[in-house]
Design a protein around this ligand. Structure first.
Ligand SMILES: *[C@@H]1O[C@H](CO)[C@@H](O)[C@H](O)[C@H]1NC(C)=O
Length: 284
């Protein structure tokens, strides 16, 4: 039953964790993100802990690990025209492993630990928030006489977009110190009380992001000089914003491309090569 959805490859759950750690660690290490308690840092932590939970959950459903499997809970009565079947992904187990793994070092009584714990958890809840019912039809030649459904995690891309929205609406906090019996403890409080306070599923940060316009080796910012920009966009990729008001240079670039392609019966395509001229804009 558990082999219905996926091609079964013999990955092991701990191998996945290790691979994911290797993948994300250089990124964490490289980015300024790790140093400062910024909005970007919040995003990186959330997406990394969601990634661990996601990978573990998927390996469990694929049957690659013996310590976990499908989620037999939260089934409820069958719906209209379908019944439960397949393997519901057990996101709670994946989240538990991620919590053990990603939060292991976040037990200091300081503000940064509190921030990381919150953002890690927000990343993991994003999986729960995006689970959906995936269904499959059974019947003669693709007819849908019987439909079985199971809970599935979304594409990880969906989680990325979801976290990007959370990044845009992240809450700025201030650090408060309290004297407790175990010593000084730092906690976070919303900086502005006219905004809705963050819930457990929101991202929080307490340091403002460095100015990405200018190079700064301390923060790891490369600056935006020589970055290609879009002259007709008013967004973040537009020359006005990306070049931080310094203006841009324009040069023309010739590119050879395939053109006038013709389809011949049967079956190949022949093309000519044309030279096209493009305007390329880069920041001053
Ligand atoms: C530049 O921005 C415009 C307007 O947002 C968009 O339509 C166009 O596709 C962009 N061009 C590139 C190369 O991204």
């Amino acid at each position: 039953m558990k082999h219905m959805k996926y091609k079964c490859n013999k990955k092991n759950v701990f191998y996945s964790i290790l691979a994911l750690y290797k993948l994300t660690y250089p990124f964490l290490y490289w980015s300024f993100c790790l140093v400062l308690a910024t909005r970007e840092s919040a995003f990186v932590h959330a997406i990394a802990s969601a990634g661990v939970a996601f990978a573990v959950t998927r390996s469990c459903a694929e049957g690659s690990a013996t310590i976990c499997g499908c989620d037999a809970r939260h089934k409820g009565p069958p719906g209209d025209g379908w019944k439960w079947g397949g393997c519901s992904e057990d996101v709670e187990f994946g989240s538990m492993v991620s919590r053990e793994f990603a939060d292991a070092r976040e037990n200091r009584p300081d503000a940064r630990s509190a921030m990381n714990r919150q953002n890690n958890e927000a990343g993991r809840t994003s999986l729960n928030d995006n689970m959906f019912l995936k269904c499959k039809c059974h019947g003669l030649s693709g007819s849908c006489e019987v439909k079985t459904c199971w809970w599935s995690q979304p594409d990880f891309r969906v989680i990325g977009d979801y976290m990007k929205d959370k990044y845009d609406s992240a809450s700025e906090m201030v650090v408060e110190k309290h004297q407790e019996s175990r010593g000084w403890v730092e906690t976070l409080r919303p900086k502005y009380n006219y905004f809705k306070p963050p819930t457990d599923t929101d991202l929080v940060y307490y340091e403002t992001s460095p100015n990405f316009c200018d190079p700064n080796p301390e923060t790891g910012s490369f600056g935006t000089r020589d970055r290609a920009c879009n002259v007709s966009s008013h967004g973040i990729d537009g020359c006005d914003l990306l070049c931080c008001g310094r203006g841009h240079n324009t040069r023309t670039e010739k590119r050879r491309e395939k053109c006038n392609c013709i389809f011949h019966w049967c079956c190949y395509v022949s093309c000519q090569e044309c030279t096209r001229v493009y305007d390329v804009h880069t920041c001053k």
